[in-house]
Design a protein around this ligand. Sequence first.
Ligand SMILES: N[C@@H](CCC(=O)N[C@@H](CS)C(=O)NCC(=O)O)C(=O)O
Length: 334
Amino acid sequence: MYNIKSSSQQLKTNWKSSIKDGEYKRKDSQFRHWVTPNGDAGPTGNSGFVAQAGRYHLYVSLACPWAHRTLIFRQLKGLASFITVSVVHPDMFGQGWSFDHDQQSAQLYGTTGDELYQSGHMSELYFGKAPDYNGAITVPVLWDKKQQVIVSNESADIIRMLNSAFNHLTGNELDFYPPALQDAIDNVNDFVYHNVNNGVYKTGFASTQQAYQANATNLFEALEQLDKLLANKRYLTGSQITEADWRLWTTLIRFDAVYHTHFKCNLKLLKEFHNIYHYMLELYQQPGISDTVNIAHIKRHYYASHLAINPYGIVPLGHQQDWSQPHNRDAIGL
Ligand SMILES: N[C@@H](CCC(=O)N[C@@H](CS)C(=O)NCC(=O)O)C(=O)O
């Protein structure tokens, strides 16, 4: 259906092209439209994306912490029957994310293939209506089935849309970005994004010793700060779970299995940070959340795809953890 630019050629825009002077620099997302209750334009982009049941589709990798945010919001906001999902294959090589899909990968990794167009690669959806697109081919993507275009490839925006744009359809009024906490949430997000969410990538993709050491040190200083904060606060901005918590959490849940070993974030295991670890368990045990976690997909993606830092693609056996064990957060009493 699409005019495919290059499923056979290597993409020029994968993560290796983002390393400059030993430092990993994440590229900005380029599709920034918003789904809104009445189709008016949002903070950026064009109008015309009205919230409707069945109209939108999420393309995700279960490995990706940014895509994971969107699956969590789909779950928390009761949107599972309103927004459909396709899951890519965990392996990402020269042609970018693929929709390779067979019974075994479905069982092991939860792949679905492209449920809308049966495309071979994610790049086909990006180039279909934007043949000159020169940004990165990333997940998550929020897709409009009606206009057959990408609404957004920015997870931070997508979770805000899911948080409120569909409320009148679902009746779910849970607010993870409540007006009274927005400044506090924005501040925490900024700290967590630079030092933790992106901090693990900057550490793992550093290509000089100096860049690695600076980023690893910075990451662990940030984790020490968060551990202290969570000794006295139940959640990052107080007594209520907000967007800020879920944005931190998708990095925490991957930490010991992947970032500790593969990205050399190994000054400590996450489970050695007592408060952060129990906070992570508490959030894991929120209704529906464990269904969004696929650790096999997570491990397979990172270890097998980043051959520049793990040349044989060996997926290590550890660290297996039981996240259903009791947490100690009730003792905080907030
Ligand atoms: N700003 C984007 C970043 C998404 C992102 O970097 N996704 C990664 C997967 S974890 C990706 O698709 N990378 C593909 C590539 O860099 O080639 C967001 O938060 O939505």
